[in-house]
Ligand binder design. Structure first.
Ligand SMILES: C[S@@+](CC[C@H](N)C(=O)[O-])C[C@H]1O[C@@H](n2cnc3c(N)ncnc32)[C@H](O)[C@@H]1O
Length: 230
């Protein structure tokens, strides 16, 4: 994977840029704004309307922004989150220290400590970040990960662009994820590319095209619809 550097997005929050690839970890129109819209509003909020305990699988821990926003949502709405994230190329501590999410979100010292704990926690070890938020990250490639069966209510599929990493957006990968999701589980992704949607459909998902955050017309919500009558 290429080297990374800090970049400020249009909502004032930081992201990382893959040097020489014209690829960023988040939308340059606003990192926090994008994560809030795609993963929290259209994913976590929807699940939280039907259940109080939610298991999340995240593809690509990266800066930890999705985990941070999910943890804040869990506290605010008093739900229990079991968060599981994988990451193949962890970010160096010097870059993590330059992220400004704590400042932009006006986190208390304690919440800032909890965000740092996500990064500092051991790989392959579940920890209780706070009473609403249990967290585990694994250092592994998505392609090598052995998924558990029917374990997750919600999936944040946050890989790099399908043009950069086509091997991660395949029917085969989506089939494994489908198996790992509970019935009525939701997968959220920022991509609305035709080949991504075809692969998701072929893996068994039902798709909803939803309006994207600023700078993006459409995003994809994929649901594991299971008809209990059959
Ligand atoms: C678009 S970034 C999103 C990161 C993260 N969700 C965030 O909010 O910062 C994609 C992430 O996937 C990671 N990644 C790339 N290839 C991977 C692979 N084969 N398996 C697991 N993670 C991978 C990258 O290192 C990067 O952290």
């Amino acid at each position: 994977m290429n080297k990374r550097k800090i970049r400020i997005t249009e909502d004032g929050s930081t992201t990382l840029e893959l040097i020489g690839k014209d690829e960023n970890f988040h939308s340059t129109h606003g990192a926090i704004q994008e994560s809030e819209h795609i993963f929290i509003k259209n994913g976590l909020l929807k699940k939280a309307q039907e259940r109080k305990e939610i298991s999340i699988f995240e593809m690509g821990f990266g800066t930890g922004l999705n985990a941070l926003l999910s943890g804040l949502f869990a506290i605010k709405n008093d739900i229990q989150l079991n968060y599981f994230s994988i990451e193949a190329y962890p970010i160096e501590l010097e870059l993590i220290e330059m992220l400004n999410f704590s400042e932009r979100l006006e986190l208390s010292i304690e919440l800032e400590r909890q965000f740092n704990a996500l990064h500092l926690s051991n790989w392959h070890q579940r920890i209780e970040i706070n009473p609403n938020f249990s967290f585990e990250k694994r250092k592994i490639k998505l392609e090598d990960f052995k998924f558990p069966k029917e374990a997750f209510d919600l999936v944040y599929f946050d890989a790099f662009n399908p043009d950069l990493q086509p091997e991660l957006w395949t029917e085969e990968i989506f089939r494994k994820i489908y198996q790992a999701m509970k019935p009525q589980g939701i997968l959220m992704t920022y991509s609305a590319k035709g080949k991504v949607k075809r692969a998701l459909k072929a893996a068994g998902f039902s798709l909803n095209a939803l309006p994207g955050p600023p700078g993006k017309r459409e995003i994809t919500q994929a649901i594991k619809l299971v008809d209990f009558k059959t």
